[in-house]
Design a protein around this ligand. Structure first.
Ligand SMILES: Nc1ncnc2c1ncn2[C@@H]1O[C@H](COP(=O)(O)OP(=O)(O)OP(=O)(O)O)[C@@H](O)[C@H]1O
Ligand SMILES: O=P(O)(O)OC[C@H]1O[C@H](OP(=O)(O)OP(=O)(O)O)[C@H](O)[C@@H]1O
Ligand SMILES: [Mg+2]
Length: 281
């Protein structure tokens, strides 16, 4: 039985559940449910706070979990990332009122509020900066207004919150994060976990790629294939029309219109783009 840990609240919850459902695993019926048993997949899904997930996995109580990379690193738990899941992208930045600091080194001697104390403390030690960490649960920006801190280290996605409160990001991000699948440090991936990894990777490929089909004259097929080389190799089949072939190939979803323009220029006709519902590569 695979014991899997899934966020029960916050930014990652809906998208983690959607991804697992697309991979064929059960989902909870209401947002209060703590455990879903999925006998078809020999799997139990435990719904827990995203911040606690690495702790449960690190302690060996659960085989795998979905959390943010920043929360995994911050926890210091004996857990490791198996793979990024391509959603919940954000970055942890230092930020402060304009004129306070130009680089992270300028934080020396200042107070930094954050809910990622473990991660930030280690980062500051690594870069040789001696700042006082003010550990808070959330809404850390307010700590500056209330003069509890001089700067913050906070999650930035669109940057809206920073702009709203008039803070400026300082230097490069401390860490770039996204939702990640994790397991206990050094633990082997058993059958159930290997199946989950394969299915999640299939969901990501289905999201990132589309299928492109087109017809082209046989003498120009080399030119077209140079534009659409595919994941492995394109399928080229004969058409009933003499001297023409049909090509079927996977192309990245992003930029597929540009690829269609180039194929059209190369003489392709009847170019069709289709969503991939799910796949296993
Ligand atoms: N606006 C955002 N966009 C994308 N990812 C985000 C955003 N805010 C947080 N995250 C990421 O989602 C994960 C969970 O954060 P979340 O905000 O849900 O938890 P929290 O801050 O502990 O809880 P809450 O905000 O509900 O008090 C983290 O990995 C974080 O980096
Ligand atoms: O760059 P943006 O798109 O504005 O998003 C970033 C904001 O989102 C999160 O806040 P959340 O609502 O989770 O509150 P919290 O700070 O209490 O965690 C994060 O802590 C930032 O404040
Ligand atoms: Mg938050």
């Amino acid at each position: 039985m695979l014991r899997l840990d899934v966020p029960n609240k916050g930014e990652l919850t809906d998208r983690a559940q959607l991804m697992l459902a697309e991979a064929g695993y059960g989902r909870r019926r209401d947002s209060k449910e703590l455990l879903v048993v999925d006998p078809d997949n020999a799997c139990e899904l435990f719904f827990l706070r995203p911040r606690d997930i690495a702790v449960y996995v690190g302690e060996g109580m659960l085989d795998a979990g979905i959390t943010g990379r920043d929360m995994l690193v911050d926890s210091g738990a004996r857990a490791e990332e198996i793979t990024g899941l391509g959603f919940g992208r954000s970055a942890l930045y230092f930020a402060a009122p304009p004129g306070c600091c130009r680089t992270a080194e300028d934080l020396n001697g200042l107070r930094v509020a954050t809910s990622y104390a473990g991660l930030v403390e280690k980062h500051l030690a690594d870069i040789g900066v001696d700042a006082r960490i003010i550990k808070l649960d959330g809404s850390v920006e307010t700590a500056i207004r209330l003069d509890v801190a001089d700067a913050v280290a906070d999650v930035v996605e669109s940057g809206t919150r920073l702009r709203e409160v008039g803070l400026e990001a300082i230097g490069p991000p401390v860490l770039r994060s996204e939702a990640v699948l994790i397991k206990r440090l050094g633990a082997p991936a058993e059958n159930g976990l290997r199946q989950l990894i394969g299915r999640l990777s299939g969901v990501q490929v289905a999201r990132d790629f589309v299928t492109m089909d087109y017809d082209i004259a046989h003498e120009r097929v080399g030119e077209a294939i140079a534009i659409t080389s595919g994941m492995e190799a394109p399928t080229v089949s004969e058409l009933s029309r003499d001297g023409w072939v049909a090509v079927s190939v996977m192309v990245p979803r992003e930029g597929h219109q540009r690829i269609m323009d180039r194929l059209w220029e190369a003489g392709a006709h009847a170019i069709l783009v289709t969503d991939i519902y799910v796949c296993r590569i």
